[in-house]
Design a protein around this ligand. Structure first.
Ligand code: SF4
Ligand SMILES: [Zn+2]
Length: 363
């Protein structure tokens, strides 16, 4: 179904310019345990090969913002980075994150020559101490990682990767990720051997899980990360993006993004359970593609709770949530008591069959 949805989406618009990036934004980052300014650059790229091979992950709509398989040349990528250098003063940022809506170390998605040239520009900024990129664990060959590490000339390199969940059923049936926690262990020690840092990105509320299961799944996954000595993780909060399985489920009332109260609750539980052994950052849910729905409460308290999460991100202090309340909290509590007696494979089978029938009858 995921592949079918991508195909229906047609080809990339001819008007897309691959010499300008999708955009950039500032977020809080951490160096030596202190919050600092971090620049995120969103490059317009070829698109994730996992989408071409399998239809991709059920919640990810990034492919729509890419060339959808058409090669983007090294010169085009370099031009995009030069565009950012002209528009933003990189001297303000100790950390620069470069994301390509896919896998930076996959030669089919991004030529190594482009990475090396971009790193040579970065080398001109003494203030930049760390560079963060994204890549799937199976599309990150040592050879390419090492080339980037070398080109960064002693700066820290961190590879953020969608680890999503430590539960193999959630990973492969709910998300269609194609790897699991075992592969993570190998990846982690590979990167460590090369002096490269890793940052797992965990998915809050994959499809097919109840609200309470989604909270539990994140707590279990953080516990797994802590057991491997990883003390910083990013939470990626599912949004509804076009041409994805999650979008189809959502249209049929089979998916609701997480409650903001669930985020607050799981951050509070993390603090209690793991203390300083886990620094849990909540990524803002603005991505390179439009979202049709996102983490929310009743509408009245959303802004206040979102602001509290932003403040929490600056120091991981859950006291930011003290005193927050709204009448919708009872509705959220009710939502967390909803159970689904079916197994995950049963849910996936039944819900996808329902969506398929709905799609056929709408033709
Ligand atoms: S989440 Fe990552 S691996 Fe999955 S389809 Fe999107 S870009 Fe590819
Ligand atoms: Zn409310």
């Amino acid at each position: 179904m995921a592949s079918e949805l991508r195909r229906q989406n047609g080809d990339a618009s001819q008007s897309l310019d691959f010499t300008t990036p999708i955009g950039w934004e500032e977020r809080v980052g951490y160096l030596d345990g202190r919050p600092i300014r971090r620049l995120i650059v969103f490059l317009r790229s070829t698109g994730c090969e996992w989408v071409e091979k399998t239809g991709g992950c059920t919640m990810c709509g990034f492919y729509c913002a890419t060339s959808r398989g058409r090669e983007v040349s090294a010169a085009e990528y370099v031009a995009q980075f030069e565009y950012v250098m002209n528009a933003v003063d990189l001297r303000d940022y100790p950390i620069v994150s470069i994301y390509n809506d896919g896998n930076i170390f996959n030669e089919r998605e991004m030529p190594v020559a482009a990475i090396e040239k971009i790193c040579s520009y970065i080398d001109g900024y003494r203030n930049i101490r760390k560079v963060v990129v994204e890549s799937r664990i199976d599309y990150s060959p040592d050879e390419h990682v090492q080339k980037m590490k070398k080109a960064l000339n002693g700066r820290q390199l961190e590879v953020a990767f969608g680890f999503e969940s430590a539960n193999p059923q959630v990973m492969n049936l709910c998300i269609n990720k194609g790897f699991s926690a075992n592969n993570f262990d190998i990846f982690y020690s590979r990167m460590r051997g090369m002096g490269v840092l890793t940052k797992p990105l965990l998915l809050v509320k994959p499809p097919f899980l109840t609200e309470a299961e989604a909270i539990r799944d994140i707590l279990d996954t953080i516990s797994f990360c802590v057991s491997r000595g990883i003390d910083y993780v990013d939470l990626e909060v599912t949004t509804v993006e076009k041409n994805t399985v999650v979008h189809e489920l959502w249209k049929n009332n089979l998916y609701r993004p997480p409650w903001l109260w669930s985020l607050v609750n799981l951050l509070q539980q993390c603090r209690e359970r793991f203390g300083d052994r886990a620094h849990v950052y909540v990524s803002p849910w603005n991505y390179s593609v439009e979202s049709l729905d996102w983490a929310r409460n009743c509408g009245k308290c959303d802004e206040e709770v979102t602001r509290a999460i932003e403040r929490y991100n600056c120091g991981f202090d859950t006291a930011e949530f003290d005193g927050l309340d709204c009448s919708c909290r009872d509705e959220w509590r009710e939502a967390t008591t909803t159970e689904d007696p079916r197994t995950i494979p049963e849910r996936v089978r039944e819900q996808l069959a329902y969506v398929r029938n709905a799609r056929l009858s709408s033709l």
